[in-house]
Design a protein around this ligand. Structure first.
Ligand code: HEM
Length: 208
């Protein structure tokens, strides 16, 4: 077991937890629809000039949310909602970097067992899926209705939770020794735990 892999897995878990909190703040502040385009590269740059702010604000003014809910919003109020959605997306990019490049490095260095590679490949695919769902959800709120589709939001939230659970499982699998208790449970206990986890995920989806 390599310390660097262990620290990387812990960093991944913390990154996802922070992203879930940023997502909740984005939702609670009504910031989710402030950025009307998903430019993976150019969207990384925070607007600094009046002209770039006016560009983004003009795009937002054409949305149903501005016209039906936030009509007359000032530029400084727009800057507030823009910041949270921007930061949520920036953090998603950061997650991409922190997940992908060390993974490739550890693969080359053969620090990962077959099971870890499978777990982590699933984590990376799921994270890309969560991010894509994020944009699909935003796009659902840019036509007609001034809010995001509730089912797409619930999928986004539940998929984010799955990323976290998958990373925790990868960490436990990777560190076997301290978590041996997880392995010494009976088959029935394992089945009941799995049923419980599915029920919790379902509740998350329905209540999310
Ligand atoms: C890749 C990692 C990502 C994770 C783990 C993640 C996770 C979350 C979570 C947990 C929430 C809160 C959901 C709730 O309160 O029900 C959220 C909200 C949100 N996320 Fe993400 N997200 C990610 C990426 C993205 C991306 C790339 C976008 C957009 C392109 C996005 C757009 C949003 C929006 C708009 C909201 C607020 C929804 C609303 O206003 O109701 N997310 N995210």
């Amino acid at each position: 077991m390599k310390k660097s892999v262990r620290y990387w897995l812990v960093a991944g878990i913390i990154l996802v937890l922070v992203q879930m909190i940023l997502g909740a703040i984005t939702r609670l502040t009504g910031s989710g629809l402030s950025i009307t385009k998903w430019d993976i590269i150019t969207g990384t740059f925070f607007p600094l000039t009046d002209s770039s702010w006016n560009h983004y604000f003009d795009l937002y003014k054409s949305t149903p949310q501005y016209q039906k809910i936030n009509f007359g919003m000032t530029l400084s109020e727009f800057k507030f909602i823009f910041f949270w959605e921007y930061f949520h997306r920036l953090w998603a990019r950061l997650m991409g970097f922190v997940f992908l490049f060390p993974f490739i490095y550890f693969l080359i260095k053969k620090y990962l067992a077959k099971k870890d590679i499978l777990n982590l490949s699933f984590v990376i695919i799921l994270t890309v899926f969560v991010a894509s769902l994020g944009w699909i959800m935003v796009a659902s709120g840019l036509i007609n209705r001034p809010w995001v589709n509730a089912y797409k939001l619930a999928f986004h939230l539940t998929a984010a939770l799955l990323v976290l659970l998958m990373l925790l499982k990868t960490y436990i699998d990777y560190n076997k020794r301290p978590f041996v208790v997880f392995y010494n449970i009976s088959r029935n206990e394992k089945i009941s735990l799995n049923i419980l986890m599915v029920l919790v995920l379902l509740q998350f989806f329905l209540v999310g």
